[in-house]
Design a protein around this ligand. Structure first.
Ligand SMILES: C[S@@+](CC[C@H](N)C(=O)[O-])C[C@H]1O[C@@H](n2cnc3c(N)ncnc32)[C@H](O)[C@@H]1O
Length: 256
């Protein structure tokens, strides 16, 4: 499918994730952290069931795109909002035994605990950190990825600017997240995403909140042209968007 090129219009006021509408930024971030902490034990199972295992393909396809970085022994890579680590492992696999340094970071302790358990024996580092205030030096990383995590940040522009700060010059960012396909597939997808998925997710997780939040957060997330404008405003260049699986997901890419 064709890449979407960035739009030129002015960037509107700053959006970010909200679990409920009246929350300020701090309350929203807290609610997101609690929500992911509460579903951590069943997160992987639910992910694979609800995505019909396509999530594995999306992580692999995204990681594969960065072999030119991952296969360098001196490369430093951050997987932000790593959750239980599946994107981080996909990055590691594409690097082979290159020796690239790969860090997974997340602010939900139980999600990171799962990542640590799953990653026992892998030469990966796990850091508990807030994406809006990262404990990393300027220009430390050559690549920052975020899979299905960036959408949950309480302030997207602040998130982009933090990612830009920790990237080295020429460093690359890849933000993988859900999209909203158009046409007949879009209708079917919206029915699945807004009706079927929350019902199954709530039943399997025993809690309703996260799986009602998911479609709402995707609907709130900036459309590709707006997101690309925000990336450019944060200092990224050559930005583009590549849809995956008829636009059900896609990757925003940019270079510092
Ligand atoms: C949907 S999960 C994605 C996990 C993983 N990347 C994957 O692809 O399965 C979103 C993750 O983003 C994390 N997250 C959300 N906001 C964050 C923030 N401000 N700082 C760090 N992690 C955050 C959550 O804790 C959660 O683990």
């Amino acid at each position: 499918m064709d890449e979407v090129k960035p739009a030129t219009p002015a960037v509107p006021s700053t959006p970010g994730a909200r679990v409920s509408p009246a929350q300020d930024q701090a309350a929203a971030a807290n609610a997101v952290r609690q929500m992911f902490s509460s579903i951590a034990p069943r997160y992987d199972l639910l992910n694979h069931v609800l995505s019909l295992n396509v999530d594995r393909y999306w992580w692999w396809r995204t990681a594969r795109r960065f072999r030119h970085i991952l296969r360098r022994a001196d490369a430093s890579v951050l997987d932000l909002c790593c959750g239980t680590g599946d994107m981080t492992f996909a990055l590691y696999r594409q690097g082979g035994s290159s020796g690239a340094s790969i860090v997974g970071a997340d602010f939900a302790h139980p999600m990171l605990c799962r990542a640590t358990q799953k990653g026992a024996g892998f030469p990966l580092q796990w850091v508990e950190a807030d994406a809006l205030q990262m404990p990393f030096a300027d220009a430390r990383f050559n690549l920052v990825t975020s899979a299905f995590g960036f959408r949950n940040l309480a302030n997207y522009d602040a998130g982009l600017s933090e990612i830009h700060r920790v990237l080295a010059p020429q460093g690359e960012v890849a933000i993988l997240d859900f999209g909203e396909p158009r046409g007949l597939l879009g209708k079917l997808y919206r029915f699945y995403f807004r009706r079927v998925l929350p019902a199954i997710g709530s039943m399997l997780s025993g809690t309703r909140g996260p799986y009602a939040y998911l479609p709402a957060s995707v609907a709130r997330f900036p459309q590709p042209p707006e997101m690309l404008s925000r990336m450019r405003a944060a200092g990224f260049r050559e930005v583009n968007y590549t849809p995956y699986t008829f636009g059900v997901a896609g990757v925003f890419w940019g270079r510092k």
